[in-house]
Design a protein around this ligand. Structure first.
Ligand SMILES: Cc1ncc(C[n+]2csc(CCOP(=O)(O)OP(=O)(O)O)c2C)c(N)n1
Ligand code: SF4
Length: 283
């Protein structure tokens, strides 16, 4: 598909009469993630009315207002709780929770773990820009150790969370990572994530030059994209490297593919069993 055809597709899914121009800074990667998400939904031919985008709060959460699906802009850290309720009420819907790294791993971290443990049929899309973008650049659990932030001017002391390992350990059916530089690959894993029953998580690495990059020696947003180009490598190749060569590299691709039954499947099976009329004619 050429760029023009790609733009035509995106055009069909935007709320043109509302909320534009958008609020994102020049060079922000969040719009690229949204474009990839739209194209993956389009490629699956899912009707707009069968898609629900549930967003938290943050620059990432803001994306929900631009797209013409069923959308819910919820509270910070609670996207997965709303998403769980929606999926349980109508399991036929494709429910996608859009969250920043702060949203998903900090205030919403517990919901993330338990949504994965339950294996609820929701797709979690974590836009990881290593920082709290919207509120001025505070450290998030994804801020790399040693990085400078508004709240850690002498360098982040804590180690950062590995979103992929967290979701894998908690029991998600599908876990992948991509970057906005490698957008075709990102689109592919998003498509697979939406298709797979049970809990899926895609971590999209996306730059926030405004709050993170310029405090960490990236002179321009372009430098951040160059970093992604250089650091990212397919997970299969990454796993062949010895420990020393893995430093500063970022594995991307698919990390987990499982077929465990989803929570709503187990719940509705139990409900059917309990509601079956008994042999004696009672309920
Ligand atoms: C309960 C609650 N606590 C704190 C906030 C303030 N707040 C809004 S967005 C945000 C962090 C945003 O960072 P992230 O989730 O990483 O998204 P980004 O803006 O980087 O896309 C915070 C702390 C809030 N809105 N609600
Ligand atoms: S503050 Fe960062 S995350 Fe927010 S719009 Fe600007 S570049 Fe994007």
């Amino acid at each position: 598909m050429n760029n023009f055809a790609g733009n035509e597709i995106i055009h069909q899914y935007l709320r043109h009469n509302k909320k534009f121009p958008h609020v994102l800074c020049a060079g922000c990667g969040h719009g690229i993630v949204l474009g990839a998400l739209i194209r993956s939904i389009h490629s699956l031919e899912i009707p707009k009315d069968d898609v629900v985008i549930v967003a938290g709060i943050g620059c990432s959460g803001r994306l929900a207002v631009y797209v013409d699906f069923n959308t819910v802009h919820t509270t910070h850290g609670r996207a997965l709780t709303f998403a769980t309720g929606i999926k349980m009420a109508n399991p036929k819907l494709n429910v996608i929770a859009l969250m920043g790294d702060g949203d998903a791993l900090s205030i919403g971290g517990n919901h993330m773990i338990h949504a994965a443990r339950r294996n609820i049929g929701v797709t979690a899309l974590v836009l990881n820009n290593n920082i709290y973008g919207m509120t001025g650049g505070q450290s998030s659990p994804a801020t790399p150790q040693g990085a400078t932030t508004m709240t850690n001017p002498y360098g982040q002391l804590d180690k950062s969370f590995d979103t992929v390992e967290l979701a894998r350990g908690a029991g998600a059916n599908y876990v992948a990572r991509g970057t906005v530089f490698h957008v075709k690959k990102l689109e592919k894993v998003m498509t697979e994530a939406i298709e797979r029953p049970g809990f899926s998580l895609v971590e999209a690495i996306t730059p926030c030059h405004t709050q993170y990059g310029r405090k960490n020696k990236y002179k321009s947003p372009v430098d951040m994209y160059k970093w992604m180009k250089k650091a990212a490598m397919d997970v299969e190749r990454y796993e062949e490297l010895d420990e020393a060569k893995r430093a500063d590299r970022l594995p991307i691709g698919v990390f987990v593919k499982r077929d465990r039954d989803g929570f709503e499947e187990r719940y509705y099976k139990l409900k059917d069993k309990l509601c079956k009329p008994s042999a004696k004619g009672g309920k």
